[in-house]
Ligand binder design. Sequence first.
Ligand code: URA
Length: 214
Amino acid sequence: MADATALEALAREIAGCRRCALAAGRTYAVPGEGNPSAEIMFIGEGPGFNEDQTGRPFCGAAGQFLTQLIESIGLKRQDVYITNIVKSRPPGNRDPLPEEILACKPWLDRQLEIIKPKVIVTLGRFSMARFFPGATISRIHGQAEKCGAYTCFAMYHPAAALHQGSLRSVIEADMLKLPKILEDIRKSERPAAPAAQTEPAPAEAHSQLKLFGF
Ligand code: URA
């Protein structure tokens, strides 16, 4: 059982973070939201305009598509955990800089320690680079790979479908692979069933009867 209180305390620390220059330009930091015991954690790039205004991840157009994708596998946003590689909005939605990603890394590390998801889904290039260094999204999207204690699964960023319509069905198809990946992990973690109780062998049965004076 993950610790909701620890996650809330961490969110307060993130809200006051001044480890990089993004702090100066943000309205709200966007720590992340969802189930503290989530089995699936989605990691995007960084807050955009809407997220900066509300303090909530993926609440704009890309977020609507992400919500649909989550619902397509029978889950709700509240069932999973959604966060970003950087917790403050890069100005004008530019790409996060390497030093910003590095400054924000301890926050994501601590979120992972608390939530301990079974599957990390990277959304887009920047979170993919953290878990699949050197990989190319067009090659590895839709494939699960073991990364230390986690299983990682790379997907295109939902916003990519808004800019390039042909990616929509690719993203939808990748998402539909998640339930089986999760079920396979759950199965592998289940303790082995106890050996079936067998009848005692005849000789053993005989000596047991003797023990009771028959
Ligand atoms: N894009 C992201 O990567 N993250 C958000 O929270 C919103 C849009």
